[in-house]
Each structure stands twice: as structure tokens, then as C-alpha cells.
Design a protein around this ligand. Structure first.
Ligand SMILES: Nc1ncnc2c1ncn2[C@@H]1O[C@H](COP(=O)(O)OP(=O)(O)OP(=O)(O)O)[C@@H](O)[C@H]1O
Ligand SMILES: Nc1nc2c(c(=O)[nH]1)N=C(CO)CN2
Ligand SMILES: [Mg+2]
Length: 206
């Protein structure tokens, strides 16, 4: 999605959650200074002409693992669950609030880390990003620049789906998405509501 098409949604999201655009922009600049590489070409190669399965971190994920096919994208902590079951994701989309030390191990083994900068994760960016030795791609929800990308989407799971579509996946399968999960806090409920609206733009009616 072009930033001009994404920006009206982004503006509405900022308003909905009372997030600060200047904070997001500062985080993106900091991530840019922390990165000395951009492995977007490797991420694109995982998508182009291929089926991509995006794994969300709903409690329903373990029961749906059998539906995974093609390239595997994990949304944040879903990566740990998959890895523990013998599936190393091809890419992990994370704003680092769900990141564990296992992400470093997966990254060393070749998993692309797609690290998202926003106004509320600057300390996590400074702590974690320098430790990642493998392939890495930086993203922002504000205006992209240099090696900092914006494929569209907001929370880790829907950003993964937007990236798969933007980078030419022939089909995108979603597993582990329970957008009506009653056992989440109010902020998460808001994020899942936005996920439903944004995923519908890609043709995923869930
Ligand atoms: N019922 C659910 N509970 C949690 N995540 C879900 C659910 N259904 C879908 N997801 C997707 O899985 C992603 C990863 O979930 P996780 O619990 O690791 O969240 P998170 O890292 O706190 O998410 P975020 O940082 O995007 O708020 C979410 O961003 C969301 O897109
Ligand atoms: N400023 C800000 N942006 C976000 C946040 C958040 O908590 N704060 N959480 C997100 C979920 O991945 C995505 N974007
Ligand atoms: Mg997260």
C-alpha cells in the first residue's frame, strides 16, 4: 500500500489510541541509526509468487498449525510457539514487546526479523536491535524513508499480512487469528478491531 493510501488510516489510528505521531517518527529515525543493513530483498524473495501463511498469536494457533503452508510469517510471540514445535518461521514481525532471546537464535539460523519502530518501543529497539546478527528489515507506521519501510498494517499480525501482499505473495493464509477473543485487555481489543478492518482491505474477511 502506498503511504498516501495508508496515511488516512494511520491518522485515524493515532486518534483512536491517542498515540503521538512525533514519537513514531523519532522511533523510526532511531531504528534507522541502529541498522547497518536492509534485508528487504530477502523478505521479498520469501513472498514473490508464493503462498504465505501468517501466524497470529491467538490461543487458537496450536490447534491450527496443521493449516500452515508455504512461507511462514509469525506475528511476534507466535514465533516462540512455532519454534518450540519445530517450525522456525521464515520471518517474524515484531514491535519487540513479545521478543524473547529465542528471536536471536532464530535470526542467527536465517529467520528475517522485521522490526517495527513506534513511539512506545524506543528502549526495546535500543536494547534488542544491536543483538540481531542475521537478516533484518526495519518498518514504521509513519512515512517510510531510507531503509525504513511501511507496507501498511498496524499490529504485528496485520503488518505481516500487508507485507506479504505488498511483496507479491500469490496467496496469503491466516492462522491463529481470533479477532473476537474475549480474554484480551481493552487496548488489545481495540488493536484486534483495527486488525479486522485493515485485513478486510486485503480481502480477508475474518
Ligand atoms: N486473539 C488474539 N490475541 C493476540 N494476538 C492475536 C489474536 N488474534 C490475532 N492476533 C495477532 O497476533 C499478533 C501477535 O500477537 P501477540 O500476542 O504476540 O501480540 P503483541 O506482540 O502484543 O501484539 P501487538 O504488539 O501487535 O499489540 C497480534 O499483533 C495480532 O495481530
Ligand atoms: N505508538 C504506538 N504504536 C503502536 C503500538 C503502540 O503501543 N504504540 N502498538 C502496536 C502493535 O503492534 C503498533 N503500533
Ligand atoms: Mg508485539
Amino acid at each position: 500500500m502506498r503511504f498516501e493510501d495508508w496515511e488516512p488510516f494511520y491518522t485515524e489510528i493515532l486518534d483512536y489510541f491517542s498515540f503521538d505521531r512525533a514519537g513514531d517518527e523519532e522511533a523510526a529515525r532511531i531504528l534507522d541509526t541502529l541498522l547497518d543493513r536492509d534485508d528487504c530483498a530477502a523478505l521479498a524473495a520469501l513472498c514473490a509468487g508464493r503462498t504465505v501463511t501468517v501466524c497470529g498469536n491467538a490461543p487458537t494457533l496450536p490447534a491450527e498449525i496443521g493449516r500452515i503452508e508455504g512461507t511462514v510469517f509469525a506475528a511476534d510471540a507466535a514465533a516462540d510457539l512455532l519454534y518450540a514445535r519445530g517450525i522456525r518461521p521464515d520471518a517474524v514481525f515484531t514491535d519487540l514487546d513479545g521478543a524473547t532471546d529465542a528471536f536471536e537464535e532464530m535470526n542467527r539460523e536465517g529467520t528475517v526479523l522485521v522490526v517495527h519502530a513506534h513511539g512506545d518501543n524506543i528502549p526495546l529497539l535500543r536494547l534488542r536491535v544491536p543483538r540481531y546478527a542475521g537478516p533484518i528489515v526495519g518498518t514504521t507506521q509513519a512515512r517510510p524513508f531510507g531503509r525504513i519501510h511501511n507496507f501498511g498494517g498496524f499490529s504485528d499480525g496485520d503488518r505481516a499480512a500487508f507485507a506479504a501482499h505488498a511483496l507479491g505473495a500469490s496467496r496469503v493464509v491466516l492462522v491463529g487469528f481470533d479477532l473476537d477473543d474475549p480474554d484480551v485487555d481493552p487496548v488489545k481489543r481495540g488493536k484486534l478491531r483495527w486488525a479486522r478492518r485493515l485485513l478486510a482491505l486485503l480481502g480477508h474477511e475474518i
